[in-house]
Design a binder for this molecule. Structure first.
Ligand code: KG4
Ligand code: ZN
Length: 346
């Protein structure tokens, strides 16, 4: 069964072809340059750019996979969560293509797909029960995965998502969007012990996260506490130290939650997913700072940032479990789910 995966939830137009075992192509057209001047994603422009590039990207994915559109058996599309205009472009395109080709279309949850990306590379190594850590631009969550099809949310962020927090702090440090990789870059030149940013912790909620206090602490450090007159009180030469100290505090809160969960729950693996998992600093901390030896799985960067391969793989898996209903498929900006079950409807 050949599946086409389509991803347009934010600022990447992506398409991928999956045959149930192997990713045959994985094309991603990033809009980063378009949004850079706004310091973040401009939703209407994102949707328009998806419209411009969608067919081109699908065409390239088919060509690279060396198949024709008539070889497709299933279309999987990210239908939530994300920017509504952007999501609608992908969903509309998927439904039209499905109708024209007479094949089923399935909608999948983008956040779930980030975690599912691990099965593309590590299907045979992952053993359950497992922990799932989602760290993206819009979501931060810790999950208990009983098996591939049963999960429970242990905790989420109570305010900002971790990627969002990196992007906002980067802006304060005059770094371009997306901020995560930029912060990591300058943090390498800094000393994480210079600024004492406390690791965020929520009383009696070891699995929940909070990043807005940390973000505010960076703001106060830069501009002072008594009103913002736009004048920075810290020299530019200290930015690498701020970035390193911030990054350490943000990632330490993830490490603490995982350590707590590993101590209390009997898990064999940890699956990490979402754009922030592209950070080599986070990878290194996960490899060196966990208190128990549990196998940690993190997708390769081509599957950790937004991509169509994870959408194709999850859609294929779900279709095998529950089938698809083309008529009822629509897009939703927010996740309607309180759990992430790889076999349930999105
Ligand atoms: O998963 P993703 O591509 O999009 C969403 O689903 O939101 O994640 C994008 C987020 C951005 O906030 C970006 O700054 C962050 O991932 N990110 C990083 C790194 N690379 C990307 N954050 C920290 N360090 C990185 N190296
Ligand atoms: Zn994403």
């Amino acid at each position: 069964m050949i599946t086409l995966g389509i991803e347009t939830s934010c600022d990447e137009t992506a398409a991928s072809v999956y045959d149930g075992k192997t990713i045959l192509s994985n094309i991603v057209l990033s809009q980063i340059e378009l949004h850079k001047e706004f310091g973040g994603v401009f939703p209407e422009l994102a949707a328009r750019r998806h419209l411009d590039h969608m067919l081109l990207v699908i065409d390239r994915a088919l060509k690279e996979a060396q198949i024709s559109k008539n070889d497709l058996d299933l279309i999987s599309v990210a239908s939530s969560p994300g920017l509504i205009g952007a999501l609608l472009m992908g969903v509309n395109c998927a439904k039209s293509l499905g109708l024209a080709l007479g094949i089923p279309v399935i909608g999948v949850n983008h956040v779930e797909a980030h975690l599912f990306a691990n099965f593309l590379e590590f299907e045979n190594e992952i053993t359950f029960p497992a922990l799932g850590l989602i760290v993206s631009g819009g979501h931060t969550a810790l999950l208990y995965l009983e098996d591939k099809n049963n999960s429970k949310v242990l905790g989420t962020t109570l305010d900002d998502a971790i990627g969002e927090c990196f992007d906002k702090v980067a802006r304060m440090l005059d770094l371009p969007y997306p901020g995560g990789p930029e912060i990591e870059k300058i943090a390498k030149l800094g000393d994480p012990s210079i600024f004492n940013f406390k690791t965020p912790k929520i009383k009696n909620r070891p699995y929940d996260f909070s990043f807005s206090g940390l973000k505010t602490k960076v703001l106060y450090t830069l501009f002072g506490q008594d009103g913002i007159d736009g004048k920075k009180q810290v020299p530019k030469s200290s930015y690498p130290d701020i970035a390193a100290s911030f990054q350490k505090a943000a990632f330490s809160s993830l490490i603490n939650a995982i350590n707590e969960a590993v101590e209390n729950l009997n898990v064999n693996s940890i699956l990490v997913g979402g754009g922030v998992s592209a950070s080599s600093t986070l990878k290194q901390m996960l490899n060196t700072q966990l208190l128990s030896s549990v196998n940690v799985f993190i997708p390769d960067i081509k599957y950790s940032l937004d991509n169509g391969a994870m959408i194709a793989a999850l859609g294929y898996h779900k279709f095998k479990q529950i089938g698809a209903s083309n008529e009822n498929l629509s897009a939703s900006p927010s996740s309607r789910k309180h759990s992430f079950d790889f076999c349930q409807n999105s």
